[in-house]
Design a protein around this ligand. Structure first.
Ligand code: HEC
Length: 170
């Protein structure tokens, strides 16, 4: 089904090339955050954690089972789900559509114990990083756009083959 072009990104950051500039767009006031949406994750820990617990994303297009992280990922064992907007995006290059989103369940090595979540959602049609990033793991939360603290996410995701996203929507 989906995944992952790890081979094509091996040069990013590893070959002495300068990574693409990451823009830092402001949070988009136009983007909506509906806690009852089944397809679009709301932003912000207070809305997003209960939304994740409700499990709406489990009806998205998901990997069949948790797997070890794929280079250059540092996510640990995980299982990713893509919403219909990401999943049905036309193949090619360029930005994904607004509100394309992924939820990644993060697992302990037993592939059974859920230890957190990573979430990405396309918020602005920016040529640089137009994504909202969220991660909750080991009692630590990362929540925001390309500015701190989500810079840690974009620093690696800018190496992805298309629009900061490693998932390959068919
Ligand atoms: C060191 C590199 C690296 C860092 C840092 C990183 N990621 Fe990822 N991420 C990956 C790779 C590689 C994949 C796909 C393969 C995998 O998950 O094993 C991925 C997949 C994802 C996915 C599934 C959608 C996609 O792009 O494939 C989400 C959601 C995600 N990451 C969110 C985050 C968030 C949020 C942060 C910051 C808190 C973050 N990531 C930090 C490398 C990274």
């Amino acid at each position: 089904m989906i995944f992952v072009a790890a081979v094509t990104i091996a040069s990013c950051g590893g070959g002495g090339t300068t990574p693409a500039t990451v823009d830092a767009p402001p949070d988009s006031p136009a983007a909506t955050d509906d806690p009852n949406s089944t397809d679009i994750p709301p932003r912000g820990e207070d809305l997003l954690m209960p939304w994740l617990a409700a499990g709406h994303y489990k009806s998205w297009t998901c990997e069949p089972a948790p797997h070890a992280q794929v280079y250059p990922s540092n996510h640990g064992d995980n299982l990713a789900c893509n919403n219909s907007i990401l999943h049905t995006a036309p193949a090619g290059i360029g930005n994904y559509p607004l509100d394309a989103a992924s939820v990644k369940e993060l697992y302990a090595f037993d592939d059974v114990t859920l230890v957190g979540y990573s979430v990405s959602r396309k918020i602005t049609d920016d040529l640089g990083d137009g994504w909202y990033w969220f991660e909750a793991k080991d009692g630590k939360t990362t929540d925001g756009m390309a500015t701190e603290p989500a810079k840690v996410c974009t620093a690696c995701h800018q190496c992805a083959p298309r629009d900061f996203t490693y998932a390959i929507a068919p």
